[in-house]
Each structure stands twice: as structure tokens, then as C-alpha cells.
Design a protein. Structure first.
Lengths: 105, 173, 551
């Protein structure tokens, strides 16, 4: 099964976030928890739906990713844009999205 | 579920009957539209209030026969996004002169209450997440209105131009 | 322009309180997302690819400078310093926080603005000719009726949960700058043989998955019956429009499936019952509203001073801007100044807070504080004295708002596309930018002449590609961005839906494809023919051959 991470929008401000292994929500996909099995994916969804019920996030869903040179890269281009910002406004894009931003967690 | 009638929470004095249950001799009874169509004459002769519940794709024309004998019409909202019931209610009130209880049933939530009331509903089988007593506040959500509707509230245009005639015969024909 | 009275103000203020309460209930969990979504949509709040998006209403595209300044300020304070003007004359913010939205709506309310019904299955912003009131060819100012319809449709209790969204557009001229024939209801103001004012009523136009040029349902509707007739149409739609499939739920499907004649009969039958009732406005209200749209007190001298001609001679760049961007005004000595939001290589329709403030200041000085937004994503100063055009242009220059490309190929419509929109299949903005760069030479653009190029990032067609002379539709081919080209569409009074020319092009070659098409046109055009005219004369054959070769 392709590897996946879980994405959602933060309820209060709508910003795109990813579920980390610490069960926090990070704006950087680099810190998203990667799963590679059905059970792992189901677990992410359960945790995300709990967060939705707690009004932390809205519309959680799984996205397929590939680990390339130690970076997390979404397979779908739309998800790539979602992770990094509008391609025509580099000033609004998320810095260092692909690098391992441990300090963001 | 809470029954809201005339902007208050009340006990439901009506009973909803399935098509098999015999109609009791007393008390308000609501039957399905198909039962009403089949047994209208018998049901009409009842010495107690009789009501009918429409289906989602019924319009006012489906209940015009014997309308004057009906004391209640229940209009269903299978989902709150289905807006057909609003037209049905307005037409029953404004065009066909129905004066009985017009009840909104189904997916009746808080934010639709004032719109439903404007269209002529006077009772609501409320199922929203907000506590019913709190939901009653919804009726005051919007003060001014731009359009004439079944509730005969003075429209903005009427207030602006003929303030003395503010309570005109706002009907939809 | 229309000024709110107590009633209008109270309604908008009530709406802000109502929304504030809804947001509180959402944050507390009293409202689920499923219950909250239609409520937030009816206040123009989307959840998009990167964040929430707020669509503020600009009724029939008319703005005061005060309102424009507030829009600029909101962008600065609550967003990321810019906004996007849309194909329905509205403004979109791409980064507002939900928790800030009640305050943002309160700020809009403070300048008589709102975001009511800019989304959701209800009646949307009523759009109109951006030259309304000052167009030389106008029968009546359509904004009078757009405002009447706006009020009637706002929080209409019967039509708040329609099968799908509902868009109405009004034009006061035979020259249709409002694309009325591709709206759910289009209204064309006209006079009958006795000079009486009325409307041709078009129902069931639309773009999207199934584009239709709307049929005329009534040739002449006397103007005093406008609202009762609209109510009849909406009621027939509300009761009988399809609700089983959201892709088949617009009124255009109902009209098409029912048949125009049957549909018209139903509307006329319903209308017969309500035309004599209180749906239509009481006496005096139309006059009250119309009074807001009279012309400002222009300062007319005897004819033009001739300064303009001299300034054009002295400054060729200015001359080019005047020739491209100034439209004929009703009043001699005055001009309609079109401000392009399509700088070469820029993002079509976007404006920074600084640019918005600059336009507001220009409006104050030179346009009686009034600005218009066009459905082709540009701005207009409608009341500029010819003698002041040079001063206007010089200020526009310092804000990169001076591009002399109105109606030229770089004056593109582009939807936000996959850079912003969760619905999109492909990006549209970078394609627009690259085409713009390819045709950067203004002489070349001028030589090409009028060419309306429209780009949509998905089949929902918010970029109006179906009615582009050249239309580009972004599609997803196995995860790659591809672009399908259509030709020969028009959103004007000669409305037509563009024809697909052939297989789609990958991102890397779509700009070349466009250039080939333009070059083909230049090769085969007759004198005086626009691209659209040439296409209509020769058909797709030569263009198809140029793009794909002979097979």
C-alpha cells in the first residue's frame, strides 16, 4: 500500500495541517505521521475524526505520499500545492515544507 | 424532539397514525396522504381534528380536495436543504386560504425556523442540536424583511412608502 | 449609488449578529460542520484548498471609494494584503480565519457591505453592465432593477433552499457587457412600440458541465411586473427543479428537460396568479431607488477643451492607453476609464491593498467617488472628465494599473484554478501569466485586436471558458495538467458556446498552441475581422489543421 499522511483544515483559521505522531497538528507536511498499512491509515482517521469532534480540525482525509530523498512529497499535484502554497505566490508558500522541521512539532 | 407551536414549546396534542392503525374516536390524528386520499370521506366525518402528512414530492395541489376539512397539514423536510416545503406552505396559506395548523416535520433545525414561519408554518417538530428553549431565539434572528410572505409582516418597501398601510393584504394570489 | 436606510442597515447588522452566533455555536460543537456548512456558505464563506475563503458581495459591481478603502483595509488587517475580483463582480479573500469572520462582516456592514448569499443554493449577487448609468447606448440604468432584485432576493424565505445556486444578470443596453444569456435569469431592458419600459426575460442559460445559451421565455415583460415574474420563475424552479443529482440541478437542466414551451407555460400560469398581488413593489419604491442612480453633477464646459488630443500627441504611451481603455460616455466631455487588473505576467483580477487604496483615491479625485467592477475582472472609473484622464493615467502607472489592454489577448479571465481552489483539476493562473508574457508586445496585441481569452481550471467554468473567443479548460490526465482548447465562444449579445478544437495539450505546450491559433488567425483574417469573426467565417478547420496537422 502506498504510504499516506493525514491532512485537514484547522477549524478556527482554516489553515492546512497534518497529523503528527504526537497527535498534534502541524502546518508542515514534513512532520506528518506516515503510515503504510490499512490499519495504520484507519488509526490516523480515527484520531482525526476525534479531533474533528473536538472542533480542532475539519474535513480530515488521507493523502498518498512518497518519501523522496528523506522528504515527504504528496503524489497528487493538488496535494503538493496544498502543502506548499499557491505556486504563483512564492512569498505565500510554506518555507522549508519538505525539510524535516522537527522544531515545528 | 420538541414541538414548537406559536413560538413556544408545547405538548403535542396530535397522534401520528400509520396506515393500519384504526383511527381513534377522540383526539387529533395525523394520517398519511395516501390514507387521506383513500378514506377521505370517512375521515372527514370524524368528530375530532384530522391532519394529513404530505410526502416530499407532494405539492399543495395534492391536498386541495377536502382542504377545508383538514385541521393540520404536516409538510416534510427530508433534509433541511430541501426547500420545496417552503413553497408548499406559502401556497397553502396565501393561495388556498388554509387556516389550520401548518407543521414542519423532518429535518427541522434551528436556523430554518424563522424562514419557515415567514412561509406560514406555525408549528415545528424541532430536532436540532441546540436546546429547544434556546432555539426559540431564532425567530428573532432577522428583524426587517424585504419581501411579503405568508406571515404578512410589513415589507421594507411597504414601510418606506405607505407606513400607514404597513399591514396590507400581502398575499401571493 | 444606493445608500442604505435604517431598514437596510438593520438587516445587515442582524445578519452579522446571526452569523457571529452561528460561528460560536460551531466552535462550541452545538452545530456540526454539516449543519454549519450551508449557513456559512450563505454568508460567502468557503473552505478552500489552503484556508477559508470569503466572497464579499459587490452588488452589480458598484463600489464607493469608502467601500474600496475598507476592502483594502480588511485585506491588510485580516488577510495577506490582497483580494481577487471575480467573474461575478465580487471580491474574494483567500486567507480569512473563521474566528475573525464575524468581525470582518461587521467591518463590511459598517460601510454598507455584506457577504450574504454569495454562495449556497440561493439567489446570488445580481450582476449588471459595468458601464451602467454612463453607457452611451443604454435604455435605462440596469442597476435600478438590480437593486430592486437584490432586495427582493435577500433572505427570501421561500427561496433559501433551492435545488442549486441561482444567478441573475441585467443589462440596460443591447450591447451585452453582463453576459446575460449565460445566466439562470438574464434580463435585457428595452422599450416597446409605445416607449414603455420592460425586459426581455431569458431563463436557463449557464456554463459549467452543460453550457446553454438561455432561451427567451418572455419577449417583453413590463417593468412594474419584474418581481412577480421572477417569483413565478423561482417558484417553478424551487418546486420542480431536480434535486436528485447536484450536477443536474440548475434551472438550465429543468428548462432543457421540460422544454422551453412547457416551462414557459408553467411560469406564465404561476405568474397569472401572483401578478396582481403584493409581490411587485408598491408605488413610490421604484422611484425612491431610481433616484439613487441619477448622474452626479458633472462639470460640463462647452465641448471638450482639446487638451486630451494634445496630451495624446505628446505622450504615445498615454495615447495607447486612451485608445484601448477609454469607452464612450453618455455625456460629451466625460469618459469611462477602464483600469486593467491584467498587467503583463500578472495574476488576472488580483489587486493589492495598495492598489485598491490608489483606485479609491483616484475615484475620490476624478470619479465622484465611484468605482465599478467588471465581470471580466477589471475596474472602472465611470465619471472621469476627459481633461483629467492624463492625471489618472499617471497615477495608475505608479501602481502598475495602466496596462492598455482592454479586450486584448492579455486581458484574460482566469479563475483561481488549482493554486487556490479545491475543485480545480489544473492551474489556470500560471497559464494566463505565460500567455500574457508571450504576447507582452503591446503593438502586437493591438494588431491582433479584440480577443477574449478565458481560462477555467475545471469544468465548473468559473473562468467562463465556454464563452471565450479562445477558451481553455484545465483537465486532469493521469495526474498531469492538460488543457483543452475551445474556439468561437461569446458571452456578449451574439452569445455562443465555444467548440472543442481537438485533443488537450499538456501544460508545457498549451501556450505554443495559443500562439499558433493567433498566428493562424492573422494569416487568414479579412480586414476588420476580429478573431471571433474569422472563426465564425471559416470554422474550426484551418485552426484545427494548424494545431494538429492534417490526418
Amino acid at each position: 500500500m502506498t504510504q499516506q499522511v493525514l491532512s485537514a483544515n484547522r477549524l478556527r483559521d482554516g489553515i492546512v495541517v497534518y497529523l503528527t505522531r504526537h497527535n498534534t497538528w502541524s502546518e508542515l507536511i514534513a512532520t506528518g505521521e506516515i503510515v503504510g498499512s490499512e490499519t495504520g491509515a484507519a488509526d490516523l482517521l480515527v484520531r482525526a475524526q476525534h479531533a474533528a469532534a473536538e472542533r480542532v480540525v475539519v474535513d480530515p482525509y488521507l493523502i498518498e505520499i512518497a518519501e523522496i530523498d528523506g522528504e515527504i512529497r504528496p503524489i497528487k499535484y493538488r496535494e503538493f500545492i496544498r502543502a506548499t502554497g499557491p505556486t504563483i505566490r512564492p512569498d505565500l508558500s510554506k518555507q522549508n515544507y519538505l525539510r524535516d522541521a522537527k522544531e515545528a512539532v | 424532539m420538541a414541538l414548537i407551536k406559536n413560538r413556544e414549546i408545547t405538548e403535542d396534542s396530535w397522534v401520528q397514525l400509520d396506515d393500519e392503525t384504526p383511527v381513534p374516536s377522540e383526539g387529533g390524528a395525523i394520517v398519511s396522504i395516501s390514507r387521506w386520499r383513500k378514506d377521505r370521506v370517512a375521515l372527514s366525518s370524524r368528530n375530532a381534528p384530522i391532519g394529513v402528512q404530505l410526502e416530499s414530492d407532494n405539492g399543495p395541489e395534492d391536498v386541495l380536495d377536502g382542504l377545508d376539512r383538514l385541521d393540520l397539514i404536516a409538510v416534510p423536510f427530508a433534509t433541511f436543504k430541501d426547500g420545496r416545503g417552503y413553497s408548499t406552505a406559502r401556497l397553502l396559506r396565501e393561495r388556498h386560504g388554509f387556516t389550520g395548523e401548518l407543521r414542519a416535520v423532518g429535518n427541522v433545525l434551528r436556523d430554518q425556523l424563522p424562514l419557515m414561519e415567514r412561509c406560514g408554518f406555525d408549528s415545528f417538530q424541532y430536532v436540532g442540536g441546540t436546546e429547544a428553549l434556546v432555539a426559540l431565539k431564532a425567530f428573532k434572528d432577522i428583524g426587517a424583511v424585504y419581501q411579503t410572505a405568508a406571515d404578512r409582516r410589513a415589507s421594507a418597501a411597504a414601510l418606506r412608502n405607505h407606513p400607514s398601510q404597513a399591514f396590507s393584504n400581502g398575499t401571493c394570489g | 449609488m444606493y445608500m442604505y436606510d435604517e431598514i437596510d442597515r438593520s438587516l445587515v447588522d442582524d445578519r452579522v449578529s446571526q452569523f457571529r452566533d452561528q460561528v460560536t455555536r460551531r466552535m462550541s460543537g452545538e452545530l456540526s460542520e454539516d449543519e454549519f456548512k450551508p449557513l456559512r456558505l450563505m454568508n460567502g464563506v468557503y473552505l478552500q484548498l489552503h484556508a477559508y475563503m470569503l466572497r464579499a458581495a459587490i452588488p452589480y459591481g458598484t463600489l464607493s471609494s469608502e467601500q474600496m478603502r475598507k476592502l483594502a483595509w480588511i485585506a491588510k488587517k485580516y488577510d495577506r494584503g490582497y483580494g481577487h475580483f471575480t467573474t461575478r463582480q465580487n471580491l474574494q479573500y483567500n486567507w480569512p480565519a473563521l474566528e475573525d469572520l464575524p468581525d470582518i462582516l461587521a467591518e463590511l456592514a459598517s460601510v454598507q457591505m455584506h457577504a450574504m448569499q454569495t454562495s449556497g443554493n440561493c439567489i446570488r449577487n445580481v450582476t449588471a453592465d459595468q458601464f451602467a448609468g454612463v453607457a452611451a447606448d443604454e435604455v435605462v440604468d440596469p442597476r435600478i432593477y438590480a437593486e430592486i432584485i437584490r432586495q427582493w432576493s435577500t433572505l427570501h424565505p421561500e427561496f433559501t433552499f433551492l435545488p442549486r445556486k441561482f444567478k441573475i444578470a441585467v443589462t440596460g443596453s443591447q450591447q451585452d457587457r453582463a453576459a446575460v444569456k449565460v445566466h439562470d435569469i438574464g434580463l435585457i431592458a428595452k422599450r416597446d412600440g409605445d416607449g414603455k419600459l420592460g425586459f426581455e426575460v431569458i431563463v436557463g442559460g449557464g456554463l459549467g458541465r452543460t453550457p446553454f445559451i438561455g432561451p427567451t421565455v418572455r419577449e417583453f415583460l413590463p417593468e412594474e411586473h419584474l418581481l412577480s415574474y421572477l417569483e413565478a420563475v423561482l417558484r417553478v424552479y424551487n418546486q420542480l427543479g431536480r434535486r436528485d443529482n447536484m450536477y443536474k440541478a440548475r434551472i438550465k437542466i429543468q428548462v432543457h428537460e421540460t422544454g422551453v414551451e412547457s416551462f414557459t407555460e408553467m411560469v406564465e400560469a404561476e405568474w397569472a396568479q401572483i401578478r396582481a398581488t403584493a409581490v411587485d413593489l408598491p408605488a413610490g419604491e421604484k422611484e425612491r431607488i431610481a433616484a439613487f442612480f441619477s448622474l452626479p453633477r458633472y462639470d460640463i464646459e462647452d465641448g471638450s477643451s482639446g487638451k486630451l488630443a494634445e496630451q495624446k500627441r505628446d505622450d504615445l504611451d498615454f495615447a495607447r492607453w486612451v485608445d484601448a481603455n477609454i469607452a464612450p460616455h453618455k455625456v460629451s466631455g466625460y469618459a469611462i476609464a477602464n483600469i486593467s487588473l491584467k498587467p503583463i505576467g500578472g495574476i488576472p483580477g488580483d489587486a493589492s491593498s495598495e492598489q485598491m487604496d490608489a483606485v479609491a483615491a483616484l475615484a475620490d479625485r476624478f470619479s465622484f467617488s465611484e468605482i465599478r467592477v467588471t465581470h471580466e475582472q477589471n475596474l472602472v472609473l465611470p465619471h472621469v472628465r476627459e481633461d483629467n484622464l492624463y492625471a489618472v493615467w499617471q497615477t495608475l502607472k505608479s501602481y502598475d494599473l495602466h496596462t492598455p489592454n482592454l479586450g486584448h489577448i492579455s486581458d484574460m479571465i482566469a479563475c483561481p484554478g488549482m493554486d487556490y481552489c479545491a475543485l480545480a483539476n489544473a492551474r489556470s493562473i500560471p497559464v494566463a501569466q505565460e500567455i500574457s508574457e508571450r504576447f507582452a508586445d503591446l503593438e502586437r496585441q493591438h494588431d491582433i485586436g479584440e480577443l477574449k481569452l478565458k481560462i477555467s481550471g475545471c469544468i465548473n467554468a468559473c473562468g467562463h471558458h465556454h464563452v471565450g473567443h479562445i477558451g481553455i479548460l484545465g483537465v486532469d490526465r493521469k495526474g498531469e495538467e492538460y488543457y483543452q482548447i475551445t474556439l468561437g465562444g461569446s458571452g456578449a449579445e451574439d452569445a455562443s458556446v465555444g467548440e472543442i478544437i481537438g485533443p488537450a495539450f499538456p501544460y508545457a505546450s498549451v501556450v505554443n498552441a495559443v500562439e499558433i491559433l493567433v498566428e493562424s488567425y492573422l494569416d487568414i483574417r479579412n480586414e476588420g475581422e476580429r478573431f471571433l469573426d474569422t472563426y465564425r467565417r471559416v470554422g474550426k478547420g484551418p485552426f484545427k489543421e494548424a494545431l494538429y496537422g492534417t490526418d
